[in-house]
Design a binder for this molecule. Structure first.
Ligand SMILES: Nc1nc2c(ncn2[C@@H]2O[C@H](COP(=O)(O)OP(=O)(O)OP(=O)(O)O)[C@@H](O)[C@H]2O)c(=O)[nH]1
Ligand SMILES: [Mg+2]
Length: 461
């Protein structure tokens, strides 16, 4: 005969210490809060809290949650037996009302059962350890949670869906093929049915692979820019119109403008989205030699910001301010020279002459009278979508990826140089390349990498 299961708090639940829980929705007052629990004690947790047996797997069931004889709340209870769960372990999810008191009450009850509060990213870490996803997919998931713009969302979703995994699985296949050929030569050096110089056949595929990896690393700038956003710095001489420009581009009065040279002393930042990417736009102090310590510090910061920015807008106001040919010469196709033509009557020709000499894209206009900021905005969007926006295929997005691929590449180059000389050494190098790929995937023993990556996750994921 079935009787309701009464939970005796004095007996600890088996496996409770390895079972983690966390509030997975944002803390604070809300309509609904979501608690996640993962680990061996889930069934016992459901029985202890609901005083009933587990609901049908993956069906929502309304249950009262109890802390001993005190009801905590009514909650939708979802039971995900292993392995068909996010972490690959037994999991349960409670959707409660989103009040601070309910969240505290349920947390207290779970702690009393001996469960452990999850560390940041611990659910995802368990998912990776249980083979539910690889490390690159977990990173994609973290990026998706952090995504603030359309481009970031698309890139993260692609990586989370295994786009990067497909790329490196292809590389791994190629390395294994080359290894098979080389090992053929090692294992059967004298057998007539193994043609001479078998390992030489690996030369071309290895070369192609090295080039593919190099290209992936070169394209990494795009992926990284999408992930972390872009910096655009506005620089120029005092009074050139930099602060007027940032105000016009953001359509906000964020920087003080005045006819007095040296108005802006520090960096003024504005956040915006352009071409689907998050942008930090910085107005800076006017560049000039000065004895004033504070202003000089402002100038130093302005130069530093520009050197770190992906795009620089150099504002020049001919006739009013000097322009610096060395800055002009340091600009690239991805930068903009903005010739502020306000107050410029007959000197337009010299503005055009200047623009022809330098590679940066030149725009002349008068912001206040000509809507010049619209032209600048459109030009920026084009530069961003041509150079920094998300590519058609999944690629590398983090320094960690670049490091692993660089190591794989180095090992492949060494292997290639040993072909026909020492197949044994070539084989060792190919195995090093495979290890670098495994590290990219998060398969090798890399607790330190795990710690670094998952500590940046939010709690509850
Ligand atoms: N009519 C007109 N006036 C402008 C334009 N751009 C700037 N000005 C004026 O020029 C003066 C200087 O502009 P700011 O934007 O303060 O110059 P800045 O480059 O930020 O100068 P510092 O902060 O001193 O380095 C202000 O009085 C602006 O109103 C423009 O396109 N048209
Ligand atoms: Mg200014």
């Amino acid at each position: 005969m079935k009787t309701p299961v009464q939970f005796d708090k004095s007996t600890p639940i088996k496996g409770a210490a390895e079972t983690i829980f966390s509030l997975s929705s944002a803390p604070g007052r809300s309509g609904v809060s979501v608690f996640r629990v993962s680990g061996p004690a889930c069934e016992a947790v459901i029985r202890a809290l609901t005083l009933q047996k587990c609901p049908k797997p993956r069906y929502a069931a309304l249950r009262t949650l109890w802390d001993g004889s005190n009801p905590i709340d009514e909650a939708l209870t979802l039971w995900f037996p292993a392995p068909a769960s996010f972490t690959g372990e037994n999991c349960v999810e409670f959707q409660t009302h989103g009040s601070a008191a309910v969240v505290q009450g349920l947390s207290r009850a779970l702690l009393a059962l001996g469960l452990k509060q999850a560390d940041p990213g611990e659910f995802t870490r368990r998912a990776v350890q249980n083979g539910k996803m690889d490390l690159t997919e977990a990173e994609g998931l973290a990026d998706l949670i952090d995504a603030q713009s359309e481009g970031q969302r698309v890139q993260a979703l692609r990586q989370m869906g295994g786009g990067l995994r497909e790329l490196y699985e292809g590389w791994r296949e190629n390395i294994l093929d080359a290894l098979a050929q080389i090992e053929g030569e090692i294992d059967f050096p004298d057998e007539g049915d193994i043609p001479d110089g078998l390992s030489h056949r690996a030369y071309e595929p290895l070369t192609k692979l090295i080039l593919d990896m190099q290209k992936a690393r070169q394209d990494m700038g795009r992926g990284a820019a999408v992930r972390s956003g872009l910096d655009i710095a506005i620089i120029g001489a005092p009074n050139a119109g930099k602060s007027t420009l940032i105000n016009a581009l953001t359509r906000r009065d964020i920087a003080i403008t005045s006819p007095e040279a040296g108005t802006t002393r520090d960096i003024v930042e504005a956040q915006m989205i352009m071409a689907g990417l998050p942008i930090t736009l910085s107005d800076t102090a006017g560049l000039r030699d000065t004895d004033n310590v504070i202003e000089a510090e402002g100038v130093r910061r302005a130069k530093k910001r520009s050197s770190e920015a992906e795009i620089t807008i150099y504002v020049v106001r001919l006739g009013f301010t000097e322009f610096d040919p060395s800055i002009m010469a340091s600009l690239s196709d991805n930068d903009i020279i903005y010739i502020n033509t306000s107050g410029l009557d007959d000197d337009l020709q010299s503005a055009l002459d200047i623009s022809l000499q330098y590679p940066a894209q030149t725009i002349h206009s008068n912001l206040v009278d000509d809507d010049g900021e619209v032209v600048i905005y459109q030009r920026l969007e084009r530069i961003i979508s041509d150079n920094f926006s998300i590519g058609q295929e999944a690629g590398l997005t983090r320094e960690r990826h670049g490091d692993c691929v660089l190591r794989a590449e180095g090992a492949l180059e060494r292997a290639r140089s040993q072909l026909g000389i020492s197949p044994e050494l070539a084989g060792d190098d190919l195995r090093s390349a495979l290890r670098a790929i495994s590290e990219l995937a998060g398969e090798s023993d890399i607790e330190a990498v795990f710690d670094r990556i998952f500590s940046r996750f939010c709690v509850g994921k």
